[in-house]
Design a protein around this ligand. Structure first.
Ligand SMILES: [Zn+2]
Length: 502
């Protein structure tokens, strides 16, 4: 938009025969992308199209060394720009020329090339680095998890800083090549497909290669390095499936985990019927070593699960949740973190739909039971899912009240319009970003109904909404004062207790 405006002004000036105003001098890119909750996450002034991350990792010492090559385009006349990164940088080159790099703030690396970049100019940025990621703190913690046999790079929204320099915000997605050399006998799992099988490198070392050909938000890129049992298969839709289970899992946990995660292709097949075509090129899942992470994350093509989800047996609800995120969060990503309910509300509502499909309680029954769980004075109702605040982006209300919002929308517009809205959303925003306003506008356009009041009530108003005022509720049969507990409830709660609050 800005570039079009400049062109218009230039044309007008030329036509008028007046001298153009002097062009502004190249300016530094900002140390943020304008995110309301996380103002210094991501950077402005450039747009990344591809990351080539080539690493070597020593599990014994948790030492990571390597080179990341970033392909980007300057979006303004640029004198310097930031990358988000915390490891120790040994050199930076921009378009083959040595650039200076200095640290700023919590996690910023300020790169000044010897020559300014012009708006629209391609940038090839090569960063060489090393470090012990578990020893680096930023945002008050380290997101890198050292395990007894390796490491895990799995986290949201902060994770890239500890293993590759990035424009670390979901508003700037890119494709990825990830290549990691490790001692023979160690496994490396990441996103996407394996363009080459693991191959011997220098004596005693094996290099693993992974490729993501669809755009990916930086927080969704992951590494799991350690001793893993791998399983490969082909999904009903022909895509490669790769699942990985830490060899440190106790046998009962491992069996429960397999009984859940091995159904990944079935769940994706079912969700494709509900949400529209699966957006990515591969499928799978990773179950992390015990004592490492306590959550699950929807890493693109291959979610990573804490073993805790499987401590009392299989749990399909966390698998359904993380795989629904492939549509809601991964393919359609938040434009800003305040829109997080578009991720967590949909992933949670997918669980309700799965429960109904499995005969374990209908979406209405789960809504009623959830609604009855929290009295009007419960703190649950104090969080606005549509604008929870930076400290509460993963509050339980973002999940459960987000799902309740979608259920209220469905009651208001009817099933046909609701699933039309859902599939149009995943289609029109595929591989891009979305905002709450855009979702509301789409829902109103497809349904032909005014929905401002519904979304205002459920997303942006603290307090327990009165369901009797919902348009469809008046026509619904009177419900029992104390709804019975859906059979899926315990496992959904077990999943959400670990997912929310992370
Ligand atoms: Zn989630």
């Amino acid at each position: 938009m800005r570039r079009a405006l400049v062109a218009l002004i230039a044309t007008a000036a030329t036509l008028a025969g007046t001298a153009l105003p002097a062009l502004a001098a190249p300016a530094p890119g900002a140390a943020g992308l304008g995110d309301e909750y996380f103002p210094d996450y991501g950077n402005s002034g450039y747009d990344v199209s591809h990351y080539d991350i080539r690493l070597r990792y020593h599990p014994d010492t948790d030492t990571l060394t390597g080179t990341t090559t970033i392909l980007a385009t300057a979006t303004q006349d640029l004198s310097s720009f930031d990358l988000d990164f915390v490891l120790d940088v040994t050199s930076v080159r921009v378009n083959n020329r040595v650039a200076t790099a200095t640290r700023a703030g919590d996690h910023e690396l300020v790169v000044t090339p010897p020559r300014a970049l012009a708006a629209g100019q391609p940038m090839t940025v090569v960063v060489q680095y090393s470090g012990v990621p578990s020893s680096k703190r930023a945002a008050g913690f380290t997101a890198w998890t050292r395990t007894p046999d390796g490491g895990l790079a799995v986290g949201e929204p902060e994770m890239a800083w500890w293993w590759f320099p990035a424009n670390d915000h979901p508003a700037d997605k890119a494709t990825f090549d990830v290549s990691v050399a490790v001692p023979d006998g160690t496994e490396v799992i990441s996103n996407g497909v394996q363009p080459r099988p693991p191959s011997p490198e220098i004596t005693g070392w094996t290099r693993w290669n992974w490729r993501s050909v669809k755009p990916m938000a930086t927080y969704l890129a992951f590494l799991a390095i350690g001793q893993y049992d791998l399983r490969t298969d082909t999904a009903p839709n022909g895509q490669p499936v790769l699942t990985a289970y830490s060899q440190l899992l106790a046998p009962d946990y491992a069996d429960a985990a397999r009984a859940s995660v091995e159904r990944t292709a079935e769940v994706i097949d079912w969700e494709s019927g509900v949400f529209g075509p699966y957006p990515f090129e591969a499928q799978g899942g990773v179950v992390a070593p015990p004592g490492s992470i306590s959550f699950a994350l929807e890493n693109q093509t291959r979610p990573v699960y804490s073993s805790k989800f499987f401590r009392s047996g299989s749990n399909m609800y966390v698998v359904v949740h993380e795989l629904a995120h492939q549509w809601f969060g991964d393919s359609v990503s938040v434009a800003q973190w305040k829109h997080i309910w578009l991720n967590e509300g949909f992933a949670s509502y997918a669980e309700w739909l799965w429960s109904q499909a499995q005969g374990e309680g209908t979406a209405q029954e789960i809504f009623d039971y959830t609604y009855a769980q929290y009295p009007a004075d419960s703190p649950f109702w104090s969080v606005e899912p549509g604008d929870p605040g930076a400290a509460d982006v993963f509050d339980g209300a973002v999940y459960d009240r987000g799902a309740m919002t979608l259920h209220q929308l469905r009651l208001a517009v009817g099933d046909d319009a609701f699933f039309d809205i859902v599939r149009t959303w995943t289609t029109t925003h595929r591989y891009g970003n979305g905002t709450t306003d855009e979702f509301v506008a789409l829902a109103e356009r497809i349904s032909g109904k005014q929905l401002d009041a519904l979304f205002q009530t459920w997303l942006f108003t603290p307090g327990k909404p009165d369901v009797a005022t919902a348009p469809a509720a008046a026509a619904a049969p009177a419900r029992a004062a104390a709804p019975h507990q859906p059979r899926s409830w315990a496992r959904i709660q077990q999943a959400h207790a670990l997912l929310a609050g992370h």
